[in-house]
Write a protein that binds this ligand. Structure first.
Ligand code: AMP
Ligand code: MG
Length: 522
């Protein structure tokens, strides 16, 4: 049986290739990618395939076929395809890191189905010219985290790359999870990621750094023609429109992150999609206690550069790097600068709008920013579960008393006894202000409850939930993985049979590796 994939490669056909075919680690010049073959897995097996993505790429009914397993474990190359690794650079934690590239991602092909184009990419399928000092592989725990989270994000309405399949390779992979000199063997795995494009800010940055304006132009033109065709024929004006569009899409993405409490963890420019998709699920995490300072990434614990509250500004910093990379094609800094300034203005407005929607406020009121700032303070005055808080808040009615309000959200406090003294007074003041503000609303309480529950998720992939799926999967039991995969398809709905997942993080998970502490080791 042959997989019915309609291969329509354009990236490799329209952009310059690295002329060297040998799979050796090297600096690549005047090219956007290198041809490369996946590593043969020793004993592959399929753990899971996403029914929605199978359908989307035209593989419904094929997940159990021998060829599906062969192709998506890297054992077999699709006929008429030429797998490749992309060349990109990046700013990592604020510093230019030079060439990075797909060190462990191999693009299999671009396919078209029902008028939509998708790039299929294996993550963890072996080394490439960009693997630097690493092995090109991925372990089961990080692959489960990527697989579950990308599908969960999609169902939350957050722009994201998707996941088609999760396979075990049958090979063992050595990792030092905490970088503390205790390496151990783990199960190797591969996720097949799917997106219209995996091009990152770093793809442009590397070409600008190499002063290769011809290839840079080719890549920008390609990206506009294929992914932003409505911007028109490439020209200086179109490049500016392109930059503006990337800024808007990236802002849109990060506002969704703030809305659902997602912290990416490694917002380096090599992890910023030019389509504004959430990409590269590594040491990401979900806010449990609402905390602007929180980051799940232990590698970033000293500076907290990529903490929750800083994410919108980090997007701006990354856009500045993209602006620098596009500059050689535009040669006028002033308009690029204007777009960055617009981001700054628009992101504050977008943030207030997003928070207002979480609070169920549809009218405008000059004091809304203060109401939001006071809420942020109160939420951080004692550990308060973000997801639970907003779900409970939707039941609050304009005529409710402040103590009704506190009772409604009681379960969201990790230490209910801490809600006393000034903390309690501040909460009461906030509920009193919120009740008054609600009186200015024209929509009724039931309608507001529905609107709030449609944007404040009930179920998110809490850090400990992913870890439970991982612990079971390490023992060969995929039931939790399956349960979470299905649960997170309907994150805003009531799912009475799964109510146990609508709860605070259990205490055992507070300081557990994988739950609150994650490193880049994956
Ligand atoms: P990340 O922190 O996952 O975004 O990765 C940063 C860079 O390191 C990218 O160029 C990755 O391809 C590369 N990388 C990460 N892990 C590995 C690995 N195990 N083998 C080869 N390259 C890797
Ligand atoms: Mg990356």
């Amino acid at each position: 049986m042959t997989l019915p994939l309609n291969i329509q490669d354009s990236f490799t056909k329209e952009l310059p290739a690295d002329p060297i075919y040998e799979n050796s680690r090297r600096q690549v010049h005047n090219a956007c990618f290198s041809f490369v073959r996946p590593k043969r897995p020793s004993n592959p097996s399929l753990i899971h395939a996403s029914p929605e993505m199978l359908e989307a790429v035209g593989l419904k009914g094929f997940a159990d076929s021998k060829e599906f397993l062969e192709v998506f474990s890297g054992a077999k190359v699709l006929p008429n395809s030429n797998p490749y690794a992309m060349c990109y650079g990046g700013h990592q934690f604020g510093h230019w890191a030079g060439q990075l590239g797909d060190g462990r991602a191999i693009n299999l092909a671009e396919v078209e189905y029902n008028g939509t184009k998708w790039a299929l990419q294996l993550k963890g399928a072996g080394e490439t010219p960009y693997s630097r000092s690493a092995d090109g592989l991925a372990v089961l725990r990080s692959s489960i985290r990527e697989y579950l989270c990308s599908e969960a994000m999609f169902h939350l309405g957050v722009p994201t790359t998707r996941a088609l399949s999760l396979v075990l390779t049958g090979d063992r992979v050595l990792r030092d999870i905490l970088y503390n000199g205790n390496p151990a063997y783990e199960k190797g795995a591969i996720v097949c990621r799917v997106a219209p494009s995996f091009v990152r800010f770093g793809n442009f940055e590397i070409l600008a750094a190499q002063k290769d304006v011809a290839t840079l132009k080719a890549l920008v033109d390609y990206t506009i023609n294929h992914h932003y065709p409505h911007l028109g024929t490439p020209s200086k004006g179109t490049y500016l429109k392109f930059f503006k569009e990337v800024a808007v899409q990236s802002m849109h993405m990060v506002m969704h992150w703030q809305r659902v409490g997602f912290v990416h963890g490694v917002m380096n420019t090599d992890n910023m999609s030019v389509l504004g998709l959430t990409i590269d699920y590594g040491p990401y995490g979900w806010l449990e206690g609402y905390d602007h300072e929180w980051t799940p990434n232990t590698t970033d614990s000293a500076n907290r550069r990529y903490r929750y509250g800083a994410q919108p500004q980090m997007v701006l910093w990354n856009l500045l790097q993209l602006a620098n990379a596009l500059y050689p094609l535009i040669e006028e800094a002033v308009h690029l600068q204007e777009i960055l300034e617009e981001y700054q203005e628009e992101v504050s407005i977008a943030y207030v709008d997003m928070m207002k929607s979480k609070l169920g406020l549809s009218e405008s009121d000059a004091n809304d920013p203060i109401l939001i700032a006071d809420l942020e303070k109160a939420l951080q005055s004692t550990e308060t579960d973000m997801t639970l808080f907003f779900r409970y808040l939707s039941k609050f009615r304009p005529n409710d008393s402040v103590s009704d309000g506190l009772n409604l959200v009681q379960e969201a406090f990790y230490t209910p006894d801490a809600v006393q003294g000034t903390i309690k007074t501040n909460w009461e003041a906030w509920f009193s202000g919120y009740a008054k503000r609600l009186q200015k609303e024209t929509i009724g309480s039931d309608e507001r409850l529905q609107a709030m529950n449609a944007i404040n998720p009930k179920y998110v992939l809490r850090n400990y939930m992913a870890q439970l799926a991982i612990d079971a999967a390490e023992q060969g039991d995929y039931k939790v993985l399956e349960e979470l995969f299905n649960l997170l398809k309907n994150p805003y709905g009531e799912q009475p049979a799964h109510e146990k997942w609508f709860a605070k993080r259990p205490e055992w998970a507070r300081n557990k590796v994988g739950c609150s502490m994650l490193s880049c080791s994956s």
